[in-house]
Design a protein around this ligand. Structure first.
Ligand SMILES: Nc1ncnc2c1ncn2[C@@H]1O[C@H](COP(=O)(O)OP(=O)(O)OP(=O)(O)O)[C@@H](O)[C@H]1O
Ligand SMILES: [Mg+2]
Length: 366
């Protein structure tokens, strides 16, 4: 997959700008606030129908303007896509794929995949269970239509069951009403658990192999459920927590409560990790995500590496760069990579540009 060009119109701080990207490496450098992350955010929006920084699409509109447009030209083999996103203050958001207006973001998901590493994404290692679940759910959703569908189905049933719990609590509905939701929830939840466990088990292999390539001496591990509860067990747990769930007005058992724990050097990363360990583990998770998506879809996603060198010392930066270069030479094709940095010296010192066949550099000014 490759993005060839991007046009921004009133997107964040960019009034009107056009960028074209190398099929290999593009480096975007510039001082704080020059709009580097905004460019990656626009590409991500065209790929996934959402920013990775905000759920409020209107924040993307340049202050003082009425609307924004981002338009990108993508290709996979012979498939060429022109994707446009428009957000208007009065009318909300709209997506177009090759000139046709889409009814939602679903048609974009999984079509032109990108993997983004950004300081905003550090919550995957530093945040709570929700942020980690979102990381896995997103990776599995762009890799498998079956996963998106079951995830959406489960979320819908969960929402309805939670609404029914509140109705029962407020004596607006009889207890029986919950029964039908409970059965549907268990069926969809079991399916989701099955798929998630299968994918996480595969992803673990990608993570082990990426960590080993980076440095065989580091210990970076991921823990998740060993087995999925049987439907009977699941039903019993729902039954046992019924009183509590009615009091809370929400469902306390199920895959929406999953956590995946990460351990670095045999210590819980979230509680004990240093800044550099958090950053390094995020880089490895993202590179493992890239190889997972590639295995599942057969297509290499574009890598968006925002502030790649921040919080990494020179030795670790060099090791990451040689890992990236190794991935590239192995796959034969160039792995399209867009890197941002505040300091072009990082690019030179880490060796990022050495031996690269196709590259392009942009300098942004405020
Ligand atoms: N809707 C908006 N309208 C106008 N300006 C905005 C909007 N949203 C963000 N900005 C500003 O745009 C600038 C660019 O932000 P961005 O995060 O892309 O910068 P950056 O180059 O990634 O900086 P850093 O190196 O600090 O990460 C910032 O000054 C930010 O305050
Ligand atoms: Mg930034």
């Amino acid at each position: 997959m490759a993005i060839h060009s991007l046009i921004l119109d009133s997107f964040r701080n960019h009034t009107q700008r056009e960028f074209s990207f190398s099929r290999g490496l593009t480096v975007i450098w510039g001082e704080n606030g020059s709009g580097k992350t905004a460019i990656l955010e626009a590409i991500h929006t065209l790929s996934f129908g959402k920013s990775f920084r905000t759920h409020k699409q209107k924040e993307l509109i340049r202050n003082g303007d009425e609307s924004m447009v981002a338009r990108g030209q993508f290709s996979i083999g012979t498939q060429e896509d022109v994707i446009a996103a428009q957000v208007t203050k009065s009318a909300g958001q709209k997506f177009k794929l090759n000139g046709k207006i889409l009814t939602g973001r679903k048609e974009l998901i999984g079509r032109n995949n990108v993997v983004v590493l950004s300081p905003e994404e550090q919550l995957v290692t530093k945040g709570g269970p929700i942020e980690r679940r979102q990381f896995f759910d997103k990776m599995f959703s762009v890799s498998s239509m079956e996963y998106v569908e079951i995830l959406q189905k489960y979320s819908r049933i969960l929402k309805q069951r939670n609404a029914a719990l509140v109705a029962v609590k407020e004596n607006r509905a009889p207890l029986e009403e919950l029964k039908s939701w409970d059965n549907q929830l268990v069926v969809a939840g079991s399916k989701l658990w099955d798929l998630r466990l299968g994918f996480i088990t595969e992803f673990k292999q990608n993570l082990i192999s990426m960590s080993n390539r980076y440095d065989p001496n580091i210990q970076f591990e991921l823990f998740y459920l060993e087995t999925v509860p049987t439907e009977e067990n699941y039903k019993n747990k729902i039954k046992t927590s019924l009183k509590k769930d009615i009091a809370l007005g929400r469902t306390s058992v199920g895959p929406h409560r999953d956590d995946v724990s990460l351990r670095w050097d045999n210590r819980d990363l979230r509680s004990f990790g240093s800044q550099g360990e958090h950053k390094l583990s995020l880089v490895l998770l993202k590179l493992a995500e890239m190889s997972f998506i590639r295995e599942k879809t057969g297509i290499h996603p574009t890598l968006l590496l925002d502030d790649l060198f921040a919080k990494l010392d020179l030795e670790r930066s060099k090791k990451i760069v040689s890992l990236l270069q190794g991935l590239e030479s192995e796959s034969g094709d160039p792995v399209q990579t867009i890197v941002t940095t505040t300091d072009i010296l990082n690019v030179e010192n880490s060796g990022l540009l050495s031996g690269v066949k196709e590259s392009k550099t942009y300098h942004l000014e405020r």
